[in-house]
Each structure stands twice: as structure tokens, then as C-alpha cells.
Ligand binder design. Structure first.
Ligand code: FAD
Ligand code: EPU
Length: 342
């Protein structure tokens, strides 16, 4: 018989840990009632969408709240389409839905797994576009006051793989709905390498969507076949001086200039050049097609994934003097943990 509290179906790394109880939440009312009950009783709670940005390092001794709310509303304005989307909607299904409705703007972020409610948390992004560019507002349940609060995009303090939900509001907010503003007329975002070949005058949203899907399928492993959580590390952001120091020793260093004058390094390049692409360790591996992705070859545990991640950090630091930071959230016995303690 299947263990009713197994989290195996609810994390894309395919890790076989469990929790005390799983609640399937499909209305905002139930979300409010259950999350506030757990919070007020000081019972450990883990909110999950698609489980595509977590690594379970142990059984979780608390309740997992699965956000499965649904609903998409569209309003056409003069300068944009305004969408209100429930947190439990699947992100890629939303991208497809918008495309089918003739509402472009999300196609660069096709095929990102997970839910709409998780998108603001790390400000998901891909192929030249980040969630914050389409965000109008985010609504969340404030666990301390019990109230629903709406933040403007600016108040969300979005950054690269960052937002207020990972900072001041960490563990205090459950995202309930997201407001998107998809401006008209559509302005294609073609800054990412393989999209540069298109002409902005004639390219269609469908062509951008198809190209993004094709690139992603060629590089990123399908979690249904090979467990993973996407990029395991953030691309490190360094000063120009640091970049120049690296480029002097390694002239082919891959880096992108940011607007604030700093440089974002390609962590996949650092890992590959540290000789770790394809490296296998006790049932886990550095993905052959994309060194930034760690995969579960079938028998890895969360501990093994963490050991592999620490080994990569050590080796990259030794070779380049750059410290990588994990992107997914690590979940242990009592909740989120840092990699050093996992
Ligand atoms: P989960 O993994 O369920 O949760 C992630 C964190 O958010 C947890 O800490 C959880 O507690 C919290 N959380 C989830 N929902 C809520 C809520 N409603 N309210 C409050 N807290 C909540 N990311 C990118 O940015 N770009 C990519 O290109 C990309 N590609 C990926 C490719 C693959 C193959 C995979 C497996 C992952 C990829 N990711 C990417 C990472 C991941 O898809 C995103 O971070 C996604 O937003 C996670 O959504 P989720 O619903 O699965 O979140
Ligand atoms: N590279 C290598 N070897 C590798 C992988 C990458 O040398 O094995 C170098 C290449 O030079 C390549 C560069 O790194 O040109 C960048 O690689 P890629 O375009 O694949 O993107 P990334 O920086 O590895 C980031 C995001 C992805 C997102 C893609 C596309 C982060 C941490 N990751 O990856 O997001 O899909 O760009 O925009 O920012 C995720 O967050 O989970 C995720 C998959």
C-alpha cells in the first residue's frame, strides 16, 4: 500500500521522504482556515506547489499544505491584458492558456515547472525574461494578522532569484493569487542567444514559445524521467574587479554585464571547467547536458544530493575563488535548512 504521507509524488527530485500529514487545499477559504490553524497552534507547516524547487533532506515532522487552488480571470485594458491567477494553477499551463487566448508575454518562460503561486518567490526567469516584468501585484495570506494583503510589483522587491518572500516575509506569507499585466502591443524579448536570430518585426509569440521549448528540452532533464530541481546553484554575481581577475587566468570565463555594473558569471561554466560535468556520486550526478543541474539517477537521497552540492562548492571555490549558493530550498526534519547544516 502507498504511504499516504509520502512526499515522493510531490517533489521533482524524486526523493522518498514523508511528512506527518498532507492537506490538499483547493479554495482560498480552506487555505486561510488551515494555514492559520497550523500557524496559531505553532504546528510545523510546509507550503508546497509543484515541489520543483525543493530538496528533501529528511522526513518533515509537520504538515505539508499543497496549494491546488484554480482560477484565471482576464480583463482587457487599453494598454494591457490584466490577469488574476490562483496560486495553485500550473505555470506552464498558464503560458499555454495565454498563448491560445492570443495574450502573449509569457512565452520566454514556457516549460518552467511548478505553480503560479511560487513564481514570485524566487522571481522565476528564463531566456531573457523574469516574472517581475509581467507582475502587477501579488496577494498573500499574512500568517500573523490572518489578513489577505496585496503587494504591488515594486513592493515585492524582486531581484535575481529573489523577492521579499525570501527575505522579510519568509515563513510569514502564503501566496494566494497573482496579478499579471501583459502589455499590448506585444514586445518580443529576443536578447537570449538562440532567440537573437529572429527579427522583432516578424517573429510570432508561437515561434518564441517553440524555440524556448526546444532549447529547454535539449538541455534540461525532464523530472518525470530524471529527478532534478532545475539549476541547483544561482549564477554568482561578482564585481568587475573580481571578473577581471578571473578573466585574466581564464580568458574564456563566461560573464554577463548587469545594469548595476556587476557581472553575473555562468555557474554551469564554472562547474564544467572544474571538471565536474557528468560527475557521479552515489546515485546522484552533475547533468551531462547542463552542469548547473544536479540529477537523481534513481537511488540518491537528499543527503547525497547535499554532499554532491558541497563537493561542487568546494571544488569551484578552490579553482576559481567563487562561492556558489544553492537555488532550491532545502527541507529537513523541522523545515528549511542551510546547505552547511543539511
Ligand atoms: P515548490 O517547489 O513547491 O516550492 C518552492 C518554495 O516556495 C518552497 O520554499 C515553498 O515552501 C514555497 N512556496 C510554494 N508555493 C507557495 C505559496 N503559494 N505561498 C508561499 N510559499 C510557497 N526556475 C526558474 O526560475 N527558471 C527556470 O528556467 C527553471 N527551470 C526549471 C527546470 C526544471 C526541470 C525544474 C525541475 C525546475 C526549474 N526551475 C526554474 C525551478 C522551479 O520550477 C521554480 O522555482 C518554480 O517557481 C517552483 O514552483 P513550485 O510550485 O514547484 O514550488
Ligand atoms: N555553460 C557551460 N556549461 C554547462 C552549462 C552552461 O559552459 O554545462 C555556460 C555556457 O556558456 C552557457 C552559459 O553557461 O552559454 C549559460 O547557460 P544557460 O544559457 O543554459 O543558462 P544558465 O545560466 O545555466 C539560467 C537559469 C535557468 C534558465 C536559463 C535560461 C539560473 C540559476 N539558471 O541557467 O533557470 O532556464 O538561464 O535563461 O539563473 C532554474 O532557475 O532552475 C533554471 C533552470
Amino acid at each position: 500500500m502507498n504511504n499516504p504521507t509520502s512526499l515522493l509524488p510531490y517533489n521533482t527530485f524524486g526523493l522518498a521522504h514523508s511528512c506527518s500529514e498532507i492537506l490538499h487545499i483547493d479554495t482560498i477559504e480552506a487555505l486561510q482556515a488551515q494555514c492559520l490553524r497550523l500557524h496559531r497552534n505553532k504546528e510545523p507547516m510546509l507550503v508546497l506547489g509543484g515541489g520543483s524547487n525543493i530538496v528533501l533532506t529528511d522526513d518533515f515532522s509537520g504538515t505539508v499544505v499543497l496549494i491546488e487552488t484554480h482560477g484565471i480571470e482576464i480583463k482587457a485594458g487599453e494598454d494591457a491584458y490584466y490577469l488574476t491567477v490562483a496560486a495553485g494553477e500550473n505555470w506552464h499551463d498558464l503560458v499555454l492558456f495565454c498563448l491560445a487566448q492570443g495574450i502573449p508575454g509569457l512565452e520566454n518562460m514556457a516549460l518552467i515547472p511548478g505553480t503560479v503561486g511560487a513564481a514570485p518567490i524566487q522571481n522565476i526567469g528564463a531566456y531573457g525574461v523574469e516574472f517581475c516584468q509581467a507582475c502587477d501585484w501579488v496577494e498573500y495570506l499574512d500568517l500573523d494578522s490572518g489578513k489577505l494583503v496585496r503587494l504591488s510589483a515594486e513592493q515585492c522587491q524582486f531581484g535575481y532569484r529573489d523577492s521579499v518572500f525570501k527575505q522579510a516575509l519568509k515563513n510569514k506569507a502564503v501566496i494566494t493569487q497573482v496579478g499579471l499585466k501583459l502589455v499590448t502591443p506585444w514586445r518580443p524579448q529576443l536578447s537570449y542567444g538562440p532567440l537573437k536570430g529572429f527579427s522583432a518585426e516578424v517573429v510570432t509569440p508561437q515561434e518564441v514559445f517553440d524555440t524556448v521549448c526546444q532549447i529547454r528540452r535539449s538541455k534540461l532533464p525532464d523530472p518525470h524521467k530524471l529527478g532534478n530541481a532545475g539549476s541547483f546553484f544561482k549564477n554568482p554575481v561578482v564585481t568587475v574587479l573580481e571578473y577581471q581577475r578571473l578573466a585574466q587566468n581564464f580568458p574564456d570565463t563566461v560573464g554577463y554585464a548587469l545594469e548595476d555594473g556587476r557581472v553575473k558569471l555562468a555557474a554551469g561554466w564554472l562547474i564544467e571547467r572544474a571538471g565536474l560535468k557528468g560527475y557521479e556520486y552515489q546515485g546522484a550526478a552533475v547533468h551531462n547536458e547542463q552542469a548547473l543541474v544536479l540529477v537523481n539517477l534513481g537511488s540518491a537521497t537528499g543527503q547525497v544530493i547535499c554532499d554532491l552540492a558541497r563537493h561542487i562548492i568546494t571544488e569551484v571555490n578552490r579553482k576559481f575563488g567563487v562561492v556558489l549558493e544553492p537555488e532550491p530550498r532545502l527541507i529537513g526534519l523541522h523545515g528549511e535548512v542551510e546547505l552547511a547544516n543539511a
